[in-house]
Design a protein around this ligand. Structure first.
Ligand code: 13P
Ligand code: SF4
Length: 320
């Protein structure tokens, strides 16, 4: 679609938004044109916080499936639309509720007590329903720090984030072995080369990256924290180890600064060799327009599951 066609579609989307009293939310990893039409752009925590407050009849979540689910759980009386129901998440897929249930039972038997179950927000509603407290990359450290020191913790599904939180809190959480296919593939070799070629540059990484990438980073944080750092820092150049969609917002906020993305390892037969999340890219202007026009696809969450999941999400919102 050329830029003129994009402008026409954006105008139509804006008109539909007004007519239907709809609000569009977008994650930082979505395409630039989606971020441009969004009323609210944020990281997973900010999107959940904002959804819990917003006054509108229709909420359109341009992100991935678990983000739409979280939104519906927090706003059961609102119509939540998601432009493409197939926009999943490899990390959420790495933890099936029935497997987690079995793991909790095994660990409870081994420890002789039930561990506190902490789940990253990148999980299904069914997993959240088995969880005591949900966390995002923004608040995981703060929340884990506040949990009783004498109780074991089971953390899932992201092993890299869990290891990082263990290292900064001194806790020894039992970790689920899941990963994000984008963040676990950044190339250490390429990062070291970029650092050597750009002396003095700051390295910013998302905690879903592997430990050797984090060890080479100056700042580790959620998408929002990394963006905020680029705004606050006097540095002019940054190497970025997270999904490349965030570069759009970084460049928009800091037009005079330079952002260098870390490329992924090239592994034969595994996806593309770019650092994009193909699920986030499934949100297109055409699909946003169609979902607003047709009022579908609509997110539904089983009521019983939602009633259990909402407690673990609300606990996170209270502790954030
Ligand atoms: P944030 O919580 O930092 O927005 O991350 C969400 C995500 O999906 C990271 O891959
Ligand atoms: Fe999931 Fe990774 Fe995509 Fe984030 S970047 S939505 S963790 S697959």
């Amino acid at each position: 679609m050329n830029s003129e066609e994009q402008s026409v579609l954006k105008e139509k989307i804006n008109a539909l938004k007004k007519e239907k009293n709809a609000v569009i939310f977008a994650h930082y990893y979505t395409r630039p044109e989606i971020q441009e039409i969004a009323d609210f752009i944020g990281d997973s925590l900010a999107l959940a916080q904002q959804a819990a407050r917003v006054q509108a009849d229709i909420l359109v979540m341009c992100g991935v499936h678990f983000m739409g689910e979280t939104m519906k759980i927090l706003c059961p009386d609102k119509k939540v639309l998601i432009p493409d129901m197939a926009a999943g998440c490899s990390l959420a897929d790495s933890c099936k509720a029935e497997d987690l249930k079995q793991f909790i039972e095994q660990q409870t038997a081994l420890l002789n007590t039930k561990p506190i179950v902490v789940s990253y927000v990148n999980t299904t509603a069914e997993v959240k329903a088995l969880t005591d407290v949900v966390v995002t990359s923004s608040n995981a450290r703060k929340i884990v720090d506040r949990l009783p020191k004498d109780k074991p913790i089971l953390f899932g599904p992201d092993h890299n984030l869990g290891s990082y939180i263990n290292s900064v809190t001194g806790r020894e959480m039992i970790l689920w072995n899941g990963a994000c296919h984008v963040h676990s593939r950044f190339s250490l070799e390429a990062l070291l080369r970029l650092k050597a070629e750009n002396p003095g540059v700051e390295v910013l990484a998302h905690p879903e990256c592997k430990a050797p990438i984090l060890a080479q980073s100056d700042v580790i944080g959620s998408t929002k924290a990394l963006l905020q750092h680029t705004i606050n820092s006097p540095a002019k150049r940054f190497i970025i180890a997270t999904e490349s969609g965030i570069l759009f917002e970084m460049q928009r906020a800091c037009p005079d600064k330079q952002f260098i993305p870390v490329p992924p390892e090239v592994t034969e037969g595994i996806g593309c060799s770019c650092n994009e999340c193909e699920y986030m890219r499934m949100n297109t202007l055409e699909k946003v327009y169609a979902c607003l026009k047709d009022g579908k696809p609509e997110m539904h969450v089983n009521k019983e599951t939602a009633a259990k999941a909402v407690s673990s999400i609300n606990r996170m919102l209270e502790m954030s």
